[in-house]
Design a protein around this ligand. Structure first.
Ligand code: SAM
Ligand code: DTB
Ligand code: SF4
Length: 382
């Protein structure tokens, strides 16, 4: 290596370190205004990403990503009318409804998730809210999944104060309940429950001492001001949600939003960066929609401050990139995943080996859980 090369490598690493030291770590704020947030959307892209990187490095290892795995424990036939959702009984999406899953199946899937390197297992149900009669079964499920050494998360719809307490007592670590969009746009998307209902559930979860997972969806035809409004609502909660999922709408045939124009990926990346700046200490999850994103878009999302994803070829009912693809992408980017206590590195090495082998045989691209869809990555529509 020449002296110049050595110097420049040294300088780059110094710069990376200095970048985290230059501006003081800003105070955690809960008083964001719409104008401030909208101004972030108008900033030059590079300036925005640079600011997000600085904030990200002040709070997190920039090369570490948390991974969760989702499982739908009760699928379809939901009475709510969320216009984006394939599980609403009001839209004909061809989805087969399923009863509440048996415990053994849930445990089996949780074990598999842990084996692939997930640290959190998130169980979702297509409900308006859990029924009292289901609570003992749900609390048992939490306890059993937790005993595997995984963090637990559930998303079951609205919760009462007592239900939140019961889940917390059973060992539930996180509860996911999204605000979805701005208060102003909300009525265009959901009419069967109010924005205030959602805020109330978040308060019950916080009061019970659980970690809040709350975010939203972009690409539903909302304005930039609505995106700003969603982020402002999240960041102005009494505590920032510990986990903030940013979903890109997955357009499912039969839902009222299935014919919408694709969102510009740069606008999505901006939303991640702004979430990072506004909620510096929260995990920001690059959530649904990765199946339609190029590796480069995902890499820019990580650069913008996303530090969590869902592993596994299925989200709840729609497809997600195969874990082999994610392991390869992480390898290319030098990203490490958080590990469970007794995570086996052998399992990770095996996944990587398999991924590299599959790369050699492009005709046999990755297994896709949702039959009918081409298994390879779809072209990103910019
Ligand atoms: N039924 C419960 C509820 O709505 O609170 C829990 C499950 S629900 C499917 C969880 C979240 O998934 C929704 O709040 C929404 O943000 C997200 N989601 C659902 N369908 C989606 C889609 N097509 N694209 C992106 N995100 C979606
Ligand atoms: C969240 O914000 N995204 C996940 C999780 N929380 C529950 C769900 C995405 C669902 C995408 C559509 C589906 O697979 O049904
Ligand atoms: Fe039901 Fe949840 Fe889907 Fe809304 S988002 S229709 S509440 S499953």
């Amino acid at each position: 290596m020449s002296a110049t090369q050595h110097n420049s490598a040294h300088t780059v690493s110094d710069l990376a370190q200095d970048a985290s030291k230059v501006p003081q770590r800003a105070a955690i704020r809960h008083d964001w205004t719409r104008e401030e947030v909208e101004a972030f959307y108008d900033m030059p892209f590079n300036d925005l990403l640079f600011q997000a990187q600085i904030v990200h490095r002040q709070h997190f290892d920039p090369n570490e990503v948390q991974v969760s795995t989702l499982l739908s424990i009760k699928t379809g036939a939901c009475p709510e009318d969320c216009k984006y959702c394939p599980q609403s009984a009001r839209y004909d999406t061809g989805l087969e409804k399923e009863r509440l899953l048996e415990m053994e199946k849930v445990i089996q899937r949780a074990k598999e998730a842990k084996q692939t390197g997930s640290t959190r297992f998130c169980m979702g149900a297509a409900w308006r809210n859990p029924k009292e009669r289901d609570m003992p079964y749900l609390t048992q499920m939490v306890a059993e999944v937790k005993s595997l050494g995984l963090e637990t998360c559930m998303t079951l719809g609205m919760l009462t104060r007592d239900q939140a307490l019961a889940l917390k007592q059973a060992g539930l670590d996180y509860y996911n309940h999204n605000l979805d969009t701005s208060p102003e746009f909300y009525g265009d998307i959901i009419t069967t429950r109010t924005y205030q209902d959602r805020l109330d559930t978040l308060q019950h979860v916080r009061d019970a001492g659980m970690n809040v997972c709350s975010g939203g969806i972009v690409g539903m035809g909302e304005s930039v001001s609505d995106r700003a409004g969603l982020l402002m609502q999240l960041a102005n909660l009494p505590e920032h949600p510990q986990s903030v999922p940013i979903n890109m709408l997955v357009k499912v045939d039969g839902t009222p939003l299935d014919k919408l124009e694709d969102m510009d990926p740069f606008e999505f990346i901006r939303t991640i960066a702004i979430a990072r700046i506004m909620m510096p200490a929260s995990h920001v999850r690059l959530s649904a929609g990765r199946e339609n994103m190029s590796e480069q878009t995902q890499a820019l999302c990580f650069m913008a401050g996303a530090n969590s994803i869902f592993y596994g070829c299925k989200l709840l009912t729609t497809s997600n990139p195969d874990t082999h693809e994610d392991v390869l992408l992480f390898k290319k980017l030098g990203i490490n995943t958080e590990r469970t206590r007794d995570y086996s590195d052998e399992a990770h090495e095996l996944l990587l080996e398999e991924a590299l082998e599959q790369q050699q045989a492009p005709d046999e691209l990755f297994y896709d859980a949702t039959a009918g869809k081409t298994a390879g990555k779809q072209a990103e529509t910019a």
